[in-house]
Design a protein around this ligand. Structure first.
Ligand SMILES: C[S@@+](CC[C@H](N)C(=O)[O-])C[C@H]1O[C@@H](n2cnc3c(N)ncnc32)[C@H](O)[C@@H]1O
Length: 217
């Protein structure tokens, strides 16, 4: 079977900006096959998973500096900010960032940027990216995006990237391409990170989860 024609880099960013304009708070970045109530549970469960993996619940007094890479309308960034952490949220959608700014708290800062282009003057204790990598269709842009996120992690810090757990790269739709487990290992170990795990979402049979890496060089 032939693969579907995929969106180009600019088309994909326009697609998301439009989707953030027309869809509600959670469905715009969540799962369109779920209603709002199901997305609420989906988001809550994943916020809990993030807090667990980043070990934020056991040391709440240690304020971390986090990057939410592809923050959409900011559900996860706001959760982290309310919990006392300092969060930068970036996304390629101006509409989503405008909404983040209007809803965000004092610990959060939001900017329009692609993953590959974000160049702050500092590194982060942790960088996480939820349901973004598999929407970057171009392999070179995907690799540049992952490399840039890796470069923004402090020594000893963590990088969490969501994708499917799969043995091979696969195009699903014109705006979705999942990459093999081994593609993440090959790319990120070359950037001074080592894999510390893969944590499945564990929601309604979803094949997605967090690739977890730590910078050790
Ligand atoms: C499925 S949504 C997830 C949003 C958010 N992480 C969440 O879970 O609610 C995908 C997001 O990735 C953003 N995006 C897609 N490609 C991007 C890129 N190359 N750089 C930055 N953001 C991108 C879209 O604008 C969209 O907000």
């Amino acid at each position: 079977m032939s693969e579907p024609e995929v969106l180009g880099v600019d088309e994909a960013l326009k697609f998301w900006d439009r989707r953030h304009q027309v869809q509600g708070e959670l469905r715009s970045g969540g799962d369109l096959t779920y209603d709002h109530a199901t997305n609420e549970v989906f988001y809550a469960l994943r916020l809990g998973r993030l807090i667990d993996i980043l070990d934020l619940a056991t040391a709440p007094v240690w304020q971390r500096h986090l990057l939410d890479a592809g923050c959409g309308k900011g559900f996860f960034a706001r959760g982290m900010g309310r919990f006392g952490h300092v969060v930068d949220g970036i996304d390629g959608s101006p509409h989503a960032i405008e909404e983040c700014r209007s809803l965000g708290g004092p610990n959060e800062t939001y900017e329009v940027s692609t993953l590959a282009a974000w160049a702050p003057a500092h590194q982060y204790d942790a960088v996480y990216s939820v349901d973004v990598a598999f929407h970057i269709m171009d392999d070179d842009v995907w690799a540049a995006s992952m490399r840039n996120l890796a470069s923004l992690v402090k020594l000893g810090g963590q990088l969490l990237v969501v994708d499917h757990v799969t043995d091979a790269d696969k195009v699903w739709q014109n705006y979705q391409k999942t990459r093999a487990y081994s593609s993440y290992d090959a790319l990120l170990t070359g950037e001074g990170l080592s894999r510390t795990g893969f944590v499945q979402y564990g929601f309604l049979g979803s094949p997605a989860g967090f690739h977890v890496f730590t910078r050790d060089a």
